[in-house]
Ligand binder design. Structure first.
Ligand code: FAD
Ligand code: 2HG
Ligand code: ZN
Length: 482
């Protein structure tokens, strides 16, 4: 089957206005270039279905075309905010981008069951708002929440800033609806908290980055809204102090600790430089190489939350874990403090192309890992600037690198990225960590995975991929090569 026949079939399925083709008057950059601006691909077409049945029909049409030798494949896309070049087409011009953009309806909010069932194309921020309006917390919070979608969150098993209390997206998901690589619809949208009837199909698709099927709907957990939320921003003498403070915060606040983020001074200085309207506390404080944002969500009252926070900070200061701290007086200030943390990736993007690592290490080993790896990087890549921050409460660091001041960033990336990655990933392995805690593998790390995962694990993954997608039409070249 030729591409033109396939395109005609796709137009019949979704309507001609929802099959977008690149042309001089139709720039598809938002669909074909990744968020970090690292790669721009070429799409055969961008197809925008508005129902699960349409998604199934598209996959069937592509599978038939592929079988007939066209070589077409499918790249599912949500908000296109992924960090590992996984949601945009390659340069071949043989891939269609299947955008979930138009599938953005809330299907059911079940207050009694504490669940919300949604189309996969619902934007995270809207989901949070719908739950909030119904008196619930949807506890997933990412800097990209204005654009990223529930299907994208599920497919990357996204983390964010509330994982320390509520877990990754996987932990929030109770059921999925998926279109398989054959174009069948698997309807597993149960809101059950317990179901032991065989293999967990849901967990296969979560974190699969669109390589096994297309998530079209999901049933997700909601939580009660807290009575009060307090945020503190603290200056610390070291990363060791941050780990001690985390332990203390867990002891004092228990399940009330809903956020614990660490930020190195250089990361904060980028926010100060690129967003000077933001007032960054303790910026440049010479004896405080790290700052931390802590969030205390209290089910009792604001007074209770304040008293808890005071006791925690007092004890932490006495022990020398905290040098100084500010506590937000109101919601506006709280948002401002969170905004500083959330602005770091945007400030880094303003500073220029960079190397990102979303690694995880056992929390207790993080200070030693950073000491040793900082020193090795300084020796091997003199002048490279370390942008170190992240979700310390989850043992997950964004241990990023910016080219030396004044250097050509693109040249630095091209010549040094492989060496930098090897050094960092090898150290991660020495510390029994993972080379990706959040962003996934995509096409950026697909070549690295076999080196850092056991041959047995790789073969099990290949077996699953071959069984579920024997034609290799679902996001080929991402996560795993078969
Ligand atoms: P996309 O980027 O569109 O897709 C991501 C992957 O999922 C691709 O492989 C794609 O093919 C696949 N996919 C998308 N939708 C589907 C679907 N319906 N079915 C099957 N496969 C699908 N990530 C974190 O984990 N934690 C953070 O704190 C965080 N903060 C961020 C802050 C900023 C400013 C930015 C830009 C990104 C951040 N991210 C973070 C990364 C990113 O936002 C998340 O990975 C997010 O979950 C991606 O959602 P998306 O809808 O944009 O997915
Ligand atoms: C975050 O935690 C995101 O802000 C993005 O995961 C991290 O840009 C990054 O490196
Ligand atoms: Zn992150």
């Amino acid at each position: 089957m030729s591409f033109s026949t396939l395109l005609q079939n796709l137009q019949t399925i979704v309507g001609p206005t929802h099959v977008l083709i690149e042309s001089a008057d139709n720039d598809l950059v938002q669909y074909v270039r990744d968020w970090r601006g690292r790669e721009r691909g070429v799409a055969l077409a961008v197809v925008r279905p508005n129902s699960t049945e349409q998604v199934a029909a598209i996959v069937k049409a592509c599978a038939a075309s592929n079988k007939a030798g066209s070589g077409v494949s499918i790249v599912p896309q949500g908000g296109n905010t992924g960090m590992v070049v996984g949601s945009t087409p390659d340069a071949s011009g043989t891939q269609i981008v299947l955008s979930l953009q138009r599938m953005n309806q809330v299907r059911k909010l079940d207050a009694g069951n504490g669940t919300i069932t949604l189309d996969a194309g619902c934007v995270l921020q809207n989901v949070r708002q719908v739950c909030f309006d119904a008196g619930f917390l949807y506890p997933m919070s990412l800097g990209s929440q204005g654009s990223c979608m529930v299907g994208g969150n599920l497919s990357t098993n996204a983390g964010g800033t509330q994982v320390v209390r509520f877990g990754n997206t996987r932990e929030l998901c109770l059921g999925l609806e998926v279109v398989t690589a054959q174009g069948e619809i698997w309807s597993g949208l149960s809101g059950l908290r317990k179901d032991n009837t065989g293999y967990d199909l849901r967990d296969l698709f979560i974190g699969a980055e669109g390589t096994l099927g297309i998530i079209t709907g999901a049933t997700m957990k909601m939580y009660p809204l807290p009575a009060a939320k307090l945020i503190a921003f603290a200056a610390l003498p070291s990363l060791d102090a941050a780990v001690s403070l985390l332990q203390l915060a867990q002891k004092h606040l228990s399940a009330g600790l809903t956020g614990f983020e660490v930020m190195g001074q250089f990361a904060l200085s980028l926010v100060g430089k690129h967003f000077p309207q933001q007032r960054v506390p303790f910026l440049g404080m010479s004896d405080a190489p790290y700052c931390v944002v802590l969030e205390n969500s209290d089910q009792e009252s604001e007074a209770h939350a304040k008293a808890q926070f005071e006791r925690l900070l007092e004890e932490a200061m006495e022990a020398g874990h905290v040098l100084d701290a500010v506590v937000a007086e109101n919601m506006t200030q709280a948002k401002q403090l969170w905004h500083i943390r959330e602005s770091i990736p945007l400030a880094q993007a303003q500073e220029g192309l960079n190397i990102k690592h979303d690694i995880s290490i056992p929390v207790s080993s993080i200070p030693e890992f950073v000491r040793v790896t900082d020193a090795k990087l300084a020796e091997a890549f003199p002048g490279a600037r370390l942008v170190n921050y992240g979700h310390l409460g989850d043992g997950n660091l964004h241990y990023n690198l910016q080219a030396p001041e004044g250097a050509d960033q693109a040249v630095f990336l091209e010549t040094q990225e492989p060496g930098v990655n090897e050094l960092v990933f090898d150290m991660v392995m020495q510390f029994q960590g993972s080379i990706s805690a959040e962003h996934g593998i995509g096409s950026l790390k697909v070549g690295k995975l076999p080196h850092y995962k056991s041959p047995v694990a790789m073969e099990l993954m290949r077996t699953i991929k071959r069984a579920l997608d024997p034609q290799n039409i679902m996001n080929p070249g991402r996560v795993i090569e078969v």
